[in-house]
Design a protein around this ligand. Structure first.
Ligand code: DQA
Length: 144
């Protein structure tokens, strides 16, 4: 089983960026945690981060026929991107939306998630641990 893990804009700044929302650990720390959990679950992962919407669309399209699941933190594109929603709908790969913070309890504009309607689950407000929960959700879903 193979999972594509996508992180959107500004998540390369984890550790520096708004630690009150995102903590002090880095993207490299997050990827190490995800790879450990993947090994424990006996699955493979590819982790990719981009600040560019089209790159994320390209990555989702390229997963067609290759990945069994997508775990995505679209970051700010959560609240703006119909293109990411359409990409997930196009490939029909089971997808879990993850957020480090809980966007639903922050600014009004963060309450909208376009991608959510194409996702099998959303994990939010659980810090980096939310990614591990998302991986487990996808692993369980693929077994059904
Ligand atoms: C985020 C929440 C978004 O509102 C924000 O734009 C991000 C990160 C999170 O992980 O909590 O960049 O997706």
């Amino acid at each position: 089983m193979h999972i594509l893990v996508l992180n959107g804009p500004n998540l390369n700044m984890l550790g520096i960026r708004e630690p009150e929302h995102y903590g002090t650990q880095t993207l490299a720390d997050l990827i190490a945690m995800i790879e450990d959990e993947a090994q424990r679950l006996g699955i493979t992962v590819e982790c990719y981060q981009s600040n560019h919407e089209g790159d994320l669309v390209d990555k989702i399209q390229a997963a067609y026929g290759k990945a069994d699941g997508i775990l995505i933190n679209p970051a700010a594109y959560t609240h703006t991107s119909v293109a990411l929603l359409d990409a997930v709908k196009a490939v029909q790969i089971p997808t879990v939306e993850v957020h480090i913070s809980d966007p639903d309890t922050r600014d009004e504009f963060r309450k909208i998630s376009y991608i959510r309607q194409a996702c099998i689950a959303t994990v939010k407000g659980k810090g980096f641990a939310g990614y591990l929960e998302g991986l487990r959700i996808l692993a369980d879903y693929a077994k059904k």
